[in-house]
Design a protein around this ligand. Structure first.
Ligand code: GDP
Ligand code: MG
Length: 436
C-alpha cells in the first residue's frame, strides 16, 4: 500500500528539525520505492525523486512546517508537474465536431463514449453517438442501451461492415438533424494489431476529428504505457482517458503515460455507471497517489448530487477539524444517493485504507449506521468521550459486536487524523476554499 509506505518514508523525517542530505536521502529512497510499487516506471520514479531531493535541500524549513510535511508538499508538487501541471480541456470544434474514441478491446471505450455523451449533453450540446465497432454485434446493442439510458441518439448500421462508411453516413445524418457533436466509438482488439491500427488511422484521416481520445485501462500497469506509445505513434492522439480507477488507486499509470507519450490525460473513469466520470486534474491525482483521498473531486461531485448547503457545512467542519459522527452519518446518506460507493468512499481521506479489500454496497453501511444511531447526540458530536463502557453500551444498543464498534471508532479516528493532516498542509484547504 503506497500511502502506508509513504507514511513510513515521511516518518523518518518527523521530529528532525531540519532537512539534511542524510535524512533526505533515506526518505527519497522510500518515496522512490513507493512510486515504483504504484506502477510508476523506474526511470520516471528516479527522475522525480532526484528532483524532490534537490528541491528539498534548497528550501528552508519554516517554523510551522516539519521537514516531513515539507517533503510531502514538494512530492505532491513534483507529481503534479509530471502529470502536466494543470488540466487540459477537450477540443470540441466543427460542424459537427467529431470526437474519435480509440483503444484496445475492453479498455472501456464504449462505456466512456456513453459517459462523455452524457457529460456533453449536460452542457447543453446536441450529441450523436456512432457505433463503429463492426466486429462484435453485441457492441451496437451495448451502445444503444447506454444511449437510451442517457437520452442520446445512437447511429448504427448493423448490416454495414465498413466503419468509415458508417462514420461518414453518421456525420451526414448529424448535419441533417442538427447534432453538433458526433462521438465515434470504434472497435478494439485484444492486442494491438495491424488491421485495427489501419482502420482507426483511416478513420482519423477521413473524419478529421477535433479531438481523438485514447482510452486505456489503468490497471494494466506497464502495458498501458506501451499501448499508449503504439497508439500515439500511429494516431498522434490529443488526449488520454484513464479508466477503471475505482477503489484502490493505481494512479502510477497516469504519471508514466504522461511522461512517455507527453499527451495530457483529460478524463478519468471510476466505475461502470454513467456518472462515474471526472475531468482529470493533475494536482488531485498527485494527492490521490499520495494516499490523501481525492477530496476535492468528492466535494465537486458531491455538489452535483448533494444538497449544496450540506456540502458547504461539512467542508467547513473538515477545515475546522470538527468532523463528527453526525457529519459522517449525513455523508453516508448522501453517498448512497450518488452511485459507486466503493469509489466514493475511497475519496474520503483515510477511508480508502480502511475500506481496502472490503466488498461494499448499500447494505455494508447498515452496521455502521446502526452503531452511530445508537450513540447519544452528545457522543456523536464529541466522539472523544466514547470510552470503553460507552462502547459496550453502544454495541448492545445497536446489536453489533464490541469489535465492530471498536473498528468503526478506529476508522473514524484515522479519517479525522488524515483530514487534520490535510488541513495542516494547507494546499487542500486552500483548494477547498477556492471551490466553495
Ligand atoms: P470497450 O471494449 O473498450 O468498448 O470496453 P467497454 O466499454 O465495453 O468496457 C469493458 C468492461 O469494463 C465493461 O464491463 C465495462 O462495464 C467495464 N468498465 C468500463 N469502464 C470502467 C471503469 O471505469 N471502472 C470499472 N470498474 N469498470 C469499467
Ligand atoms: Mg466497445
Amino acid at each position: 500500500n503506497l500511502s502506508l509506505k509513504l507514511d513510513k518514508a515521511f516518518k523518518t523525517l518527523k521530529g528532525t528539525g531540519k532537512i539534511t542530505e542524510i535524512n533526505v536521502a533515506t526518505t527519497v529512497k522510500e518515496i522512490r520505492r513507493a512510486l515504483i510499487d504504484a506502477d510508476v516506471n523506474y526511470k520516471v520514479a528516479k527522475e522525480v525523486t532526484d528532483t524532490i531531493k534537490e528541491e528539498a535541500l534548497g528550501r528552508d524549513v519554516l517554523i510551522a512546517v516539519s521537514p516531513g510535511q515539507l517533503l510531502v508538499k514538494i512530492t505532491q508538487e513534483e507529481l503534479t508537474k509530471l502529470m502536466g501541471g494543470t488540466k487540459v480541456d477537450v477540443n470540441i470544434k466543427g460542424d459537427p465536431a467529431v470526437v474519435l474514441i480509440s483503444g484496445l478491446q475492453g479498455s472501456g471505450k464504449t462505456t466512456f463514449s456513453g459517459k462523455f455523451a452524457s457529460y456533453l449533453k449536460k452542457q447543453g450540446r446536441q450529441v450523436l453517438l456512432v457505433a463503429c465497432d463492426i466486429y462484435r454485434p453485441a457492441a451496437i446493442d451495448q451502445l444503444k442501451v447506454l444511449g437510451e439510458q442517457i437520452g442520446v441518439e445512437v447511429y448504427a448500421e448493423p448490416e454495414n461492415k465498413n466503419a468509415l462508411d458508417i462514420a461518414n453516413n453518421a456525420i451526414a445524418y448529424a448535419k441533417k438533424t442538427g447534432k453538433k457533436t458526433v462521438i465515434v466509438d470504434t472497435a478494439g482488439r485484444l492486442a494491438v494489431d495491424e488491421q485495427m491500427m489501419n482502420e482507426i488511422e483511416a478513420l482519423k484521416k477521413a473524419l478529421n476529428p477535433s479531438e481523438t481520445l485514447f482510452v486505456v485501462d489503468s490497471m494494466t500497469g506497464q502495458d498501458a504505457v506501451n499501448t499508449a506509445k503504439t497508439f500515439d505513434e500511429r494516431l498522434n492522439f490529443d488526449g488520454v482517458v484513464l479508466t477503471k480507477l475505482d477503489g484502490d488507486t493505481r494512479g502510477g499509470a497516469a504519471i508514466s503515460i504522461r511522461h512517455v507519450v507527453n499527451k495530457p490525460i483529460k478524463f478519468i473513469s471510476t466505475g461502470e455507471k454513467m456518472e462515474n466520470l471526472d475531468v482529470f486534474h493533475p494536482d488531485r491525482m498527485a494527492q490521490r497517489i499520495l494516499g490523501m483521498g481525492d477530496v476535492i473531486s468528492l466535494v465537486e461531485r458531491a455538489q452535483q448530487t448533494f444538497d449544496e448547503d450540506e456540502a458547504k457545512r461539512i467542508n467547513a467542519k473538515i477545515r475546522k477539524n470538527q468532523f463528527n459522527f453526525d457529519d459522517f452519518l449525513s455523508q453516508l446518506e448522501q453517498i448512497k444517493k450518488m452511485g459507486n460507493i466503493k469509489d466514493l468512499m475511497g475519496m474520503i481521506p483515510g477511508m480508502g485504507k480502511a475500506m481496502k479489500g472490503l466488498d461494499i454496497d448499500d447494505d455494508s453501511f447498515k452496521p455502521i449506521e446502526a452503531i452511530i444511531r445508537s450513540m447519544t447526540p452528545m457522543e456523536r458530536e464529541n466522539p472523544d468521550v466514547i470510552d470503553g463502557s460507552r462502547r459496550k453500551r453502544i454495541a448492545t444498543g445497536s446489536g453489533r459486536s464490541i469489535t465492530e464498534v471498536n473498528n468503526l471508532m478506529k476508522q473514524f479516528g484515522d479519517m479525522r487524523k488524515m483530514m487534520k493532516q490535510m488541513n495542516k498542509m494547507g494546499g487542500a484547504q486552500k483548494a477547498l476554499g477556492n471551490i466553495m
